[in-house]
Design a binder for this molecule. Sequence first.
Ligand SMILES: [Fe+2]
Ligand SMILES: [Fe+2]
Length: 161
Amino acid sequence: MAMNKTHVPTAQRSVLGMLIDDHREAQKLFKEFESAKDDAQKKQIAQRACAALTAHTEIEEQHFYPLLREADPKEFGSLLNEAKVEHASAKDLIAQLQTMKPTDEMFDAHFTVLGEYTNHHITEEEDELFPKVVKKDIDLRDLEAPMKETKEAILAATAHA
Ligand SMILES: [Fe+2]
Ligand SMILES: [Fe+2]
């Protein structure tokens, strides 16, 4: 079940809204890949998805997860540990994809599995983690600006890579 950002209270809305928008964008790209017409299109979609996921995991790891762990280690600790393992699996697949060409026999399999892992992780965040953040009324408002700044810096760097 996907979380609907319009029901998120003010103290969490901007940050959870930003993360939920990222999730939808990633899911859209994985869907688009399924109907890609040729290798050039596959490559372009995969590059966009990898860049978006890299920026997204980074802003969660640099800003969002540490604030939650600090706010309530007992409540968030094990979920955040799982998130860390899931992010590591995604980063590993992204690193492999970045060395591959869409003509490689295993390219589609790598991207498809990345999509499956990503969907699983998104479900955990939106069904378990984010509702806890709302329930515990964690104030995320100070994170909005630094998260945007970090995201833009990473996207700018990957665009020039
Ligand atoms: Fe996320
Ligand atoms: Fe995450």
